[in-house]
Design a protein around this ligand. Structure first.
Ligand code: GDD
Ligand code: MN
Length: 236
């Protein structure tokens, strides 16, 4: 355990070999000291995890680990948060679609909140290039469904970019469902329905286009999402 680690960034990956090392380098240059970077890889055939560890060498603040539990995005992120040593943690995609310049803002906001949602739909947030309008519509519909089904009053619960205090994560972690693609939404839901008064805020982020590789969001993910919303509702 390294006592001086203050911040942690967890990055779930599936075949991001061309994106991951450039991303790790950018994070190292974002101006935050005592920052640990943990890549949780889905045993990618393209060697993403190995690329991280080759780059890390003997730097203890960068590590690639494999998701050895249930397959998927949420379990990978949960594993990363459990391993992370810092008090202030963030999660971001490994494909350079989330802007590293937004990372310090999200992590620093945790000094007076418990959870910070990186949001494309609040002031200061948006898209770097013009986005496929169908994709925007799908994401807004998903947000609206979350609001209707169980009243999560946030504008962008699906951005995939967020920050959480380790302590708040640990408090709700035992209740998290082991599967799924939408860990942020579930964490916000659990924090909102906790016996402790956790504070959740939104902060503007800029979302870019994927440069290499391809998206893993498909119709199965969308169906899983709907089932997750219904299952969560039953738990309150
Ligand atoms: N470990 C692990 N396991 N990582 C995964 C898996 C998996 O099963 N599936 C995807 N990833 C990683 C990808 O490698 C990437 O780093 C990140 O998770 C996001 O996956 P993408 O495939 O790039 O998703 P996207 O760009 O289509 O969707 C993103 O934007 C949406 C909002 O428009 C994600 O951030 C979504 O969470 C978000 O809703
Ligand atoms: Mn992506």
């Amino acid at each position: 355990m390294n006592e001086s680690v203050k911040y942690g960034v967890v990055i779930p990956t599936l075949n991001e070999v061309n994106n991951i090392v450039p991303l790790v380098k950018k994070i190292q240059g974002c101006g935050l000291e005592n920052l640990e970077i943990i890549v949780v890889d889905e045993n990618s055939p393209d060697g993403t995890c190995q690329a991280v560890n080759d780059f890390a060498g003997d730097n203890p603040l960068v590590k690639g680990v494999l998701n050895d539990g249930i397959r998927g995005l949420s379990p990978s992120i949960v594993k990363g948060f459990r391993l992370a040593q810092g008090e202030f943690l963030a999660c971001m995609d490994g494909d350079l679609q989330h802007d590293v310049n937004d990372l310090p803002k999200l992590l620093k906001r945790l000094e007076n909140t418990d959870f910070v949602i990186g949001s494309r739909y609040v002031e200061g947030g948006g898209f770097k290039e013009k986005w496929n309008p169908f994709r925007v519509l799908a994401s807004k519909t998903a947000a609206l469904m979350a609001k209707i089904i169980f009243g999560v009053k946030v504008k962008d619960p699906m951005s995939g970019f967020f920050a959480v205090r380790k302590e708040a994560f640990e408090y709700v972690a035992p209740k998290l469902s082991p599967k799924g693609f939408k860990i942020m939404l579930e964490l916000v839901f659990r924090l909102n329905h906790s016996d402790r008064a956790f504070i959740v805020k939104e902060e503007g982020i800029t979302f870019g286009l994927r440069q290499h590789g391809k998206s893993k969001l498909n119709s199965k993910v969308i169906i899983d999402y709907i089932f997750m919303l219904m299952a969560l509702r039953k738990t309150v």
